[in-house]
Design a protein around this ligand. Sequence first.
Ligand code: NAD
Length: 376
Amino acid sequence: KRIGVPVEGRVGETLVAATPRTVKQLLELGYQVVVEAGAGEGAQFSDEAYQAAGATIGTRPQAWAADLVLRVNEPTAEEIGLLSDGAVLVTRMDPRPDLIEALQARRTTAFCLEAIPRISRAQAMDVLSTMSNISGYRGVIEGAEAYGGMFGGQVTAAGKTAPATVFVIGAGVAGLAAIGTAGSLGAQVRAYDVRPEAREQVHSMGAIFVTGEETPAAAAAGAGDGYAKELSDDEAARTARIYAAECAKADVVLTTALVRGKAPRTITKEMVAGMRPGSVIVDLAAVGGGNCELTVPDQTIVTDNGVTIVGSTDQPSRMPAHTSQLYGTNIVNLLKLMTPAKDGVLVLDHDDVIQRAVTVTHEGTVFWPPPPVQVS
Ligand code: NAD
C-alpha cells in the first residue's frame, strides 16, 4: 500500500508527519511513500532528501489519494474530500461529531493520535509526550530570552551575579523537560505538582520540590488513568499560597498544569501583581486557555508592574526538525503495531487496547469514543 505525506495546510505550520529517516522505516514496513513536493520545507527536509530516502515526490492530489495519509494537523473538510474512498488517515484531531460524520461519509479509517493511552507499551507512540517534552524545552528558551539576565550564576573579574530562580508548576512531561533544561542552563529550579509521585521525579532532576507549610495532600493522584484530577477547595487554597510565595521570588515561572487537556487556573492576577519587575511567566498551557489569569494565547504581554507573560502555543513548531522527527517516529511505531507482517498491509486488531483507543472510524463505522483504558 501507498502512504501519502501532504503539505500541512495550516498557516505558519513548519511540521511534517514524516522525515527522510522515518520514510526509510515506513519502507521497511513494506509501504511505498509519496511525499507532496515541499512538504518538508518548513522543517528543512528537501524533496531530494526524501527521494534519497526512497520516497517519490508527488502533487497534492497524489499525496492525498494514497491508501494511508499521515498528517500533523486535523484535515479540513476540503482535504477530507481529497481522500480516496476507504483510505486510512493518521493524524492529531479533535473527533467532533461533524468531523466524524465527514470521515464516515468517505468510509475513512481514522486514527486519532492524541488518544494513544498512557500505558508503558504505548510510550513510543505517544505524540502528546513528544509535543510536551519539546514545549518544556522550548518554553525555557523563550523564558530565558524574555528575562533580562543570565540563568547561571557568574563569577567574573567584574564581580558576581546570582543564578536565576525558575519555578515550574506541573511536573508532568513538559514540566520535567523544563526543569532539566533550566537546570542545565544553571538556574536554581523549584517545582510543584499536585500529584505526590511527581516529588521524586522533581528531585531526580536535581530540582527542589516545594511543599509550602504543610505536607502535600495525597489527594490529586487521579483515577488511575494517568491524569491529575481537579483540586478540592482546601487543596486549591493551599496550592494558591504556594504559588503566590514562589512566584514572588521567581525570575521565571513556567506553568504547565493540565487536567485532561484543560488548563486549571494556577496564577491569579494578584499573584502576578506580587511578582518582581523584569520577571517572566511562560504559560505552556496557553493552548488550553492558559494557567495564568492574564495570559493572552499567542501573544507576549508586559503587565503594568513589568512582568512579561509569554502565551505562545506553537513551541513544537519552533523546533520543526526535531519535532517532526520524533512525531514521525511515533507514527512509525503505531504503524509497526498495525503492520504485523511488514508487508505494507495494515491489519487492525480491535482487541489491542492501543489500536482500539485510537480508532475513530473504521471503514466508515464509528468507533468513537473508545472504552476507558486503565494505566498498567
Ligand atoms: P498533563 O499534560 O496532563 O499535565 C501536566 C501536569 O500538570 C501533570 O503532572 C499534572 O499532575 C499537573 N497538574 C494538573 N493540575 C495542576 C495544578 N493545579 N497545579 C500543579 N500541577 C498540576 O500530564 P503529562 O505531562 O502528560 O503526564 C503526567 C504523568 O503521566 C507523568 O508522570 C508522565 O510520566 C505520565 N505519562 C505516562 C505516559 C505513558 O506511560 N505512556 C504517557 C504520558 C504521560
